[in-house]
Design a protein around this ligand. Structure first.
Ligand code: SAH
Length: 398
């Protein structure tokens, strides 16, 4: 094998790498000594020649390299990926998430020290996303290791996330190894059964990051009415109905998501007059409900990512404020709002301020009675605060 190319960091730009942050932005690149195709492993050195790490070169991306390792004698080979995957699976075992038929995120990219690699498990089906040039180059090696470690029935690929474009990669989806994928995959979560659409669903099919929060909402909804906004396939709804909710209204813009929400309720013996699936734009429907004077005891707001880039933050803030204000207006006295933001760019303090402004505008006094985040199978590596994206507030209106 020829010598790997060496990436020399611009003078004085190595500080974040010394703090083990895995990204090298284009502005921090001094020069590349040698040739490196996209995804190739390069040795990373400071301007003075000091070893900093080994990473994957990605010439098309503003994130010009992502570091695999900061350890000088660690080669980026098949045993390396086996070690990383083994450690990632060990965490999920410790979390009690590896039971038969259960679902969890097995590999959470940078925060499992595998930049650009997302791997979700739905029972015997494993779904991969390779979202950066280095992840793409390591695809076969990672899949081999995954097969050896877990012996899944099916390894499926959903590398169709938008971010691949920024890495100069085209989307790829389909069967990678094993048996063909059933049309829907059944999983268990908190003892409930759910059908997951791995082929067409959002992300890899299911919002695993909300697992713990579904239980929190369910525990506070006994005997209450719940308006479940941005319901997707009804994860919050099934938990709430099983927890004794008097009535649940799911709202989503997607017909397919709502059809699956109905099937998921039925699968748990919970379909019936207590559940209503409403296809609508949440922004509009909340206004209609307000004008009709409708009230709910509990409201979940779990919108999609409103801010993908910094320039979109102001618009995102307006969107969050709008739906949160309407939600406060719809809450019955003593009602509880579970409000989320999955935009990583929106800092928790700013989100809290927006929710506070929304309550003021909606003329409701309210208190925060709980703070929520992403489930533990979505860890946040301490050097990588960008990994914390999901935040939620539980607010009780007076
Ligand atoms: N709470 C869900 C995940 C929500 S994902 C869960 O626990 O699984 C966000 C959802 O919002 C998607 O299903 C998407 O179809 C829906 N959506 C996006 N914009 C919308 C809008 N303006 N009105 C209604 N639904 C919307």
């Amino acid at each position: 094998m020829s010598n790997p190319a060496t990436l020399i960091i611009a003078r004085g730009r190595e500080k974040s790498l010394l703090r083990m942050h895995p990204w090298i932005f284009s502005g921090a690149v001094g020069r590349l000594d040698g040739e490196a195709p996209a995804g190739a492993t390069v040795v990373v050195r400071a301007f003075d020649g000091r070893f900093l790490g080994r990473g994957a070169w990605s010439p098309a991306s503003q994130i010009r390299a992502r570091l695999w390792s900061f350890v000088e004698d660690e080669e980026i080979d098949a045993p390396f990926f086996r070690r990383r995957l083994t450690a990632a699976v060990a965490l999920r075992r410790d979390l009690g998430l590896m039971g038969e038929g259960e679902a969890c995120r097995l590999v959470n990219g940078e925060s499992d020290y595998l930049p650009g690699v997302i791997i979700d498990r739905y029972g015997a089906v494993v779904v991969c996303q390779f979202l950066a040039a280095g992840a793409e180059a390591a695809r076969e090696t990672i899949v081999d290791a995954l097969e050896e470690l877990l012996r899944p029935a099916t390894i499926w690929e959903r590398s169709d996330a938008e971010v691949r474009k920024k890495e100069g990669l085209r989307p790829r989806t389909g069967l990678v190894r094993g048996r063909d994928l059933p049309e829907l995959v059944e999983i268990r979560e908190h003892g409930h059964r759910f059908l997951v659409d791995v082929r067409q669903g959002h992300k890899t099919g299911w919002y695993l990051d909300q697992r713990d929060n579904r239980r929190v909402v369910a525990a506070m909804t006994n005997g209450k009415s719940l308006l479940n906004c941005f319901s997707y396939t009804g994860g919050f709804a099934v938990g709430a109905l099983a927890g004794g909710a008097e009535k649940v209204v799911n709202v989503d813009a997607s017909e397919a998501a709502l059809a699956l929400a109905e099937r998921n309720a039925a699968l748990n013996g919970l379909a019936g007059p207590r559940l209503l699936n409403h296809r609508a734009d949440v922004f509009q429907l909340l206004r209609e409900f307000r004008d009709q004077g409708r009230k709910f005891d509990r409201i979940v707001l779990d919108p999609p990512k409103f801010a993908e880039a910094k320039q979109q933050l102001a618009g995102a803030a307006r969107g969050y404020k709008d739906i949160n204000r309407l939600a406060f207006e719809l809450l019955a006295p003593g009602g509880i709002l579970f409000t989320f933001s999955c935009s990583g760019l929106m800092e928790p303090a700013l989100f809290q301020k927006i929710v506070a402004d929304a309550a003021l505008d909606g003329r409701r006094a309210a208190r925060i009675i709980g703070q929520l985040g992403q489930a533990a199978d979505h860890p946040v590596a301490l050097p990588f605060p960008e990994g914390a994206y999901l935040k939620g507030l539980i607010c009780r209106a007076e």
